[in-house]
Write a protein that binds this ligand. Structure first.
Ligand SMILES: *Cc1c(COP(=O)(O)O)cnc(C)c1O
Length: 379
């Protein structure tokens, strides 16, 4: 079945009791048992809920994975992956991660003697040099946030396989429409479902998609034991959002291209980060592993102070200054003080997150309105 059809139908069947076409919101915490232990597959809703099951099956279909698990947030999903590790284990991750992931690794899990290395993942030798017998997990984001670097998934998979590492990919920025890391050898795909998958800026959720049965059993155990599981209403909202994922992504991509090209030719802009440009250093990798280039774009203002950058960030009418991304509405974000504020200044600037950088999540509005608003804000 094609992606577009799976986005609408996978995991969903008319409700057996009423024939309801849309999967109902099973708003219950517990389920009747005919005799102790004898039930219809559902006992207590932290562990399982039918609305969530439909969503997990739909997400698994979209990532072409055997299993999926939904969490109450993207961070909850990442937390479960790190809980596969034990004290002394080491993790290799990119040096321009989502700020919340960096914060969790360095402020929460470092306390449990898990060791994190944040390195440039563009070079195979650099990664190999960082690996020792304690290394257990390779954590990759691509495109990276906010400088849109593309990490070669095939190369990472080769390294992970050679050294017996778990290879996990945060696929939030691409969504399963643009990229399927399992196809390139990843073991676990993580999503902040909050972003493109939910798509309407009205729900917080995370997910893991994977094929390996053993890893799935371990993660499902952590999922239920630690309890970061989402409720039925949120599951319903995402099931509903997913039905237009392919349509939204198409428009995010066409709008994204036009916005990127507009910014590139603007005299007040020094640099535009978008993997669709032929001049992007990793354009060929993006072409290999992605279906299109998405609507996430960052740009550096020419000789702009923090105040001037703030002034531009605050002067939009159609674009909204807000954290997050991937919704139908276009958003502007100032990474240095918003999404990436928890990363120390020196480290942040080394990764390109300078004070005069803005990040855009191009929505699905009419392109002319988006460009007009950029024009007046940059005037
Ligand atoms: C938002 C985000 C997360 C965290 O997800 P939440 O749903 O906010 O917990 C992780 N990684 C990336 C790339 C994100 O954009």
């Amino acid at each position: 079945m094609h992606f577009d059809t799976k986005a609408i139908h996978a995991g969903q069947h008319p409700d057996p009791t009423t024939g309801a076409v849309m999967t109902p919101i099973y708003q219950t915490s517990t389920y009747w048992q005919e005799s102790p232990g004898k039930h219809k597959g559902y006992a207590y809703a932290r562990g399982k809920n039918p609305t969530r099951t439909a969503l997990e099956n739909c997400l698994a279909a979209l990532e072409d994975s055997k299993h999926a698990l939904c969490f109450s947030s993207g961070m909850g999903a990442i937390d479960a992956i790190v809980k596969l590790l034990k004290p002394g284990d080491e993790v290799i991750a990119g040096n321009d991660l989502y700020g919340g992931t960096y914060r969790m690794f360095t402020k929460v899990f470092a306390q449990y003697q898990i060791v994190f290395h944040f390195i440039d993942l563009s070079d195979e030798q650099t990664i190999a040099k960082c690996i020792n017998s304690n290394t257990k997990l390779l954590w990759v984001e691509t495109p990276t946030n906010p400088t849109m670097q593309i990490v070669d998934l095939e190369m990472c998979s080769r390294i992970a396989q050679k050294h017996g590492l778990i290879f996990a990919v945060d696929n939030t920025f691409a969504s399963p429409y643009l990229q399927n890391p399992l196809k390139w050898g990843a073991h676990i795909v993580m999503h902040s479902v909050t972003k493109y998958l939910g798509g309407h800026s009205d729900v917080i959720m995370g997910a893991l998609c994977l094929n390996d049965d053993d890893l799935y059993q371990k993660l499902a155990f952590i999922h239920n034991s630690c309890g970061a599981t989402p409720g039925p209403m949120d599951s319903f909202l995402v099931l509903r959002g997913l039905k237009t994922l392919h349509l939204r992504m198409e428009r995010h991509c066409t709008n994204g291209r036009k916005v990127a090209e507009f910014l590139k030719s603007h005299p007040r802009i020094e640099k535009v980060y978008w993997p669709g440009f032929e001049s992007h250093p990793n354009h060929h990798i993006a072409q290999k592993q992605m279906r299109d280039f998405g609507g996430m774009i960052s740009f550096v203002l020419k000789n702009a102070s923090l105040e001037q950058t703030f002034k531009i960030a605050s002067s939009f009418n159609v674009w909204t200054l807000a954290e997050s991304l991937g919704g139908v509405e276009s958003l502007v974000n100032h990474p240095a003080t918003m999404t990436h504020a928890s990363i120390p200044k020196a480290e942040r600037e080394q990764a390109g997150v300078v004070d005069n950088l803005l990040r855009l999540s191009t929505g699905v509005e009419h392109i002319d309105d988006l460009i007009e608003d950029l024009k007046q804000a940059l005037a």
